[in-house]
Design a binder for this molecule. Sequence first.
Ligand code: ADP
Ligand code: ADP
Length: 224
Amino acid sequence: MNLILNNLNKTYANGVKALDNLSLEISSGMFGLLGPNGAGKSSLMRTLSTLQEVDSGSAFLGEIDIIKNPIALRKVLGYLPQEFGVYPKITARQLLDHIAILKGVSAKKERKELVNYLLQKVNLYDKRNKEVKGFSGGMKQRIGIAQALIGNPKLIIVDEPTAGLDPGERNRFHNLLAKVANDVVVILSTHIVEDVRELCQNMAIMNHGQIICHGKPQQVIDEL
Ligand code: ADP
Ligand code: ADP
């Protein structure tokens, strides 16, 4: 599965050009998108998660036309936003069950098995009946990954995942992400170089709405 972006352009109403003829090809595995604040990373992530339209350009995940057919993309999209932290008063299990319903897993028994499997996978099964509101930052990120995995996504977008995590939580989050990344395009948007160096097979550096360079983290980061 490949993600192919061609000449994406986005200018906001205030005149800021957030995506400037951006082209990029990303194959399955972990891909790191690095860049300073204001580079356009979030604009690109919002575009790929179908939350925002572009002015021109194309984006394909395999056969799926992300720009023209966002509904098809949403069926195979897992999204972990920057702050996965606004919850009603519900438990970890209820949260995942609810998201599974939204993603179209209708059979109750199937949902129960899926939710239990995911809770175990992200090491939160013991906390399944606790309110997510009371979770630590690292636990919230892990439940965030669990919800992003519902529905066998082919593209997973992770926006600034380790901001605010302590080193232990960051490590656990890294191990988890590395495990889920086979046969799926995972894009990690971050300004933390170590996240990319430790986790990603390929990466790009973005600034002023453009890709400045891309390649293996070893090569790209060493040339900085
Ligand atoms: P669009 O051109 O996509 O319609 P708008 O310029 O209308 O986007 O802004 C959409 C939303 O983003 C508004 O709620 C606005 O307040 C907010 N916004 C405006 N400027 C910025 C900015 N520099 N960074 C982040 N959000 C912004
Ligand atoms: P990054 O995620 O790399 O910090 P963004 O995509 O958030 O970059 O922002 C790219 C540029 O677009 C910045 O100059 C930002 O202020 C501007 N911007 C982002 N969102 C909006 C918006 N909704 N309306 C107007 N300007 C925006």
